[in-house]
Design a binder for this molecule. Structure first.
Ligand SMILES: Cc1cc2nc3c(=O)[nH]c(=O)nc-3n(C[C@H](O)[C@H](O)[C@H](O)COP(=O)(O)O)c2cc1C
Ligand code: SF4
Length: 526
């Protein structure tokens, strides 16, 4: 479908034998919501399907292990060298494909980052010790065994209905370890020159094409720079891409490699750009690599959600494809909203990383802004509205705004009352914080959506019991926020003591020197 405003972003692209409907790909995301026997849960299946419904051209499942013996890292990983995940993978591929996206899956081997399996060593490119664990140099016969395992895994997922594979050669995993000179000290044909260090990745791609057919799209995810002080920089990324050029169909330029370092957190916040970094912060690496790549397509990723920026990236030739992970977790409908001229309805990810931490700590990939993420099975189906209720929502903070929008979407009659003169509640105090620009944008978008929805909004309206009675609501939703717990400290009520909320809202009240009590997230931000 053509789009006059974003003609490049919505221009289909043929890769191998496959036509992708536009240039927006859903970057690999793993899903820790797995059943005990290693299959995706029903919620995880719906999560991936939802991205295809929203219009992405490809939807990629994260880190699936090709080699359970030497390459597996954590329990919630799909293993492709057994048949355990067969039935759910076929369903995921089918559910993604039927809405028009190409289903892809990321093939991964952890190498020296692997969890040792009983009786087997951990192999990396060169001998070393990582976290007290001995890593042995990978013998050549094991290298070839793993090349074959990648290819067999690709053939397996192809037979399950996947239309592409994404080989993980970045983020410090095995193929990245072989390319990184600080980790690969070999003197045989798998080490030394860029050609030798990239050989493993190139052999993997060629083996996949041999087994799955040359027209089967193979994307290779690399780190365009390690993003640390001791590893390779963009020159290394260019070298890696040059070696892959013409072998990989797509060179997907991510960033970051922290394997063997103690600086994991710094690298992590570049791989998953934090809210302190600017939009599209990693595009420059893909753009630089694209200048040196002649045959393969180049994809960029990281902190992208602005359609105009993505259009410019494609139009100016910085990349052929834009990929988003969190942008589509936060709003899977971003592509379809953009295509249909509803950019004003896009909920932009604020890069808080709650999704990631929820996935790690709770096993559920919940988003701070999108209540439907990981609840697609329940919340995408309108609840029974055979009885239309009159719903009074008390409080126009983020909870109240979303409650009003959801109730209106399901066909109820909604009255939203906010005591102050503006929607946004507690979070309004942070609207001037420069790195929270997307939080401010979120509040504005929600307020805009409320103005467009069938919601009867009353600002400057305090809901008293009499008022509530006069409304005659069937349901009252109390979204009245919370008050901070003030510790019992002598002098805490003094004029020179400010709450975090006051300090954010009126920074001029903070004198030239200040003591911040509490070094949690809020204290650190202040
Ligand atoms: C919840 C979550 C899970 C992810 N899982 C994977 C994964 O399995 N494999 C991978 O290569 N990257 C993974 N990523 C990284 C993303 O693919 C992407 O590179 C990164 O989030 C930056 O893009 P973004 O700013 O659009 O989110 C994950 C990111 C998130 C937020
Ligand atoms: S939880 Fe935060 S970082 Fe993750 S998608 Fe939602 S807004 Fe973005």
């Amino acid at each position: 479908m053509s789009c006059l405003k974003y003609p490049n972003l919505f221009k289909p692209i043929k890769i191998g034998n496959t036509v992708f409907r536009n240039r927006i790909f859903s970057s690999p995301t793993g899903h820790s919501d797995m059943t005990a026997d290693g299959k995706h849960s029903e919620d995880a299946i719906a999560y991936y399907e939802r991205k295809s419904i929203g219009g992405a051209a490809a939807v990629t499942l994260g880190e699936a292990v090709v080699d359970s013996k030497y390459g597996y890292q954590y329990p919630a990983q799909i293993r492709l060298d057994g048949s355990r995940s067969m039935s759910t993978l076929a369903r995921i591929a089918d559910n993604i494909s039927r809405h028009g996206a190409v289903a892809s899956i990321e093939l991964q081997h952890a190498g020296m980052g692997a969890t040792p399996t009983p009786g087997n060593p951990v192999y990396g490119p060169s001998p070393c010790t990582v976290g007290g664990l001995e890593v042995k140099e990978m013998p050549e016969e094991i290298i070839w065994e793993i090349v074959e395992k990648f290819a067999k895994a690709a053939l397996f997922v192809k037979s399950m209905g996947f239309g592409m594979v994404t080989v993980h050669a970045g983020h410090g995993w095995l193929l990245n370890q072989f390319f990184a000179p600080r980790l690969n000290k070999r003197t045989d044909k798998w080490g030394g020159s860029a050609e030798n260090r990239a050989r493993f990745a190139v052999e993997v791609v060629d083996a996949i094409h041999r087994l799955c057919g040359s027209g089967f799209p193979v994307e290779v995810r690399i780190s365009g720079t390690e993003c640390n002080d001791v590893g390779y920089g963009i020159e290394g990324g260019i070298e890696f891409a040059r070696q892959l050029d013409g072998h990989a169909d797509i060179i997907h330029v991510s960033v970051g490699c922290s394997t063997g370092l103690n600086t994991r957190n710094n690298v992590f916040s570049h791989t998953h750009p934090s809210m302190f970094l600017e939009d599209g912060v990693n595009v420059k690496y893909a753009a630089e690599i694209k200048k040196h790549v002649k045959i393969s397509k180049v994809a960029t990723v990281g902190a992208l959600t602005d359609p105009a920026m993505m259009e410019e990236i494609i139009a100016s030739g910085k990349a052929d494809i834009v990929e988003m992970a969190r942008g589509l977790i936060c709003d899977p409908d971003l592509p379809v909203k953009t295509l249909s001229g509803r950019e004003d309805e896009i909920i932009h990810c604020m890069r808080c990383m709650s999704c990631f931490s929820n996935a790690m700590s709770k096993g559920h990939l919940f988003c701070a802004l999108n209540p439907v993420t990981n609840r697609e099975r329940y919340l995408n189906q309108p609840l029974s509205t055979t009885v239309k209720h009159r719903v009074l929502v008390v409080g126009g903070g983020i909870g109240g705004m979303q409650a009003a929008l959801t109730a209106a979407k399901y066909g109820h009659e909604v009255i939203l009352c906010e005591k102050s003169g503006r929607l946004g509640g507690k979070l309004l105090c942070e609207e001037k914080v420069p790195f929270k620009v997307h939080l401010k944008q979120y509040i504005e978008t929600q307020a805009h959506l409320i103005s467009k929805a069938a919601i009867d909004l009353h600002l400057n309206t305090e809901v008293t019991p009499e008022y509530a009675k006069s409304v005659g609501a069937d349901v009252i939703i109390a979204a009245i926020g919370s008050k901070p717990e003030v510790p019992c400290i002598e002098g805490i009520n003094g004029k020179n003591v400010l709450s975090a909320e006051e300090a954010f809202a009126s920074p001029e009240k903070v004198e030239s020197s200040a003591v911040i009590i509490g070094a949690g997230l809020v204290g650190l931000e202040l």
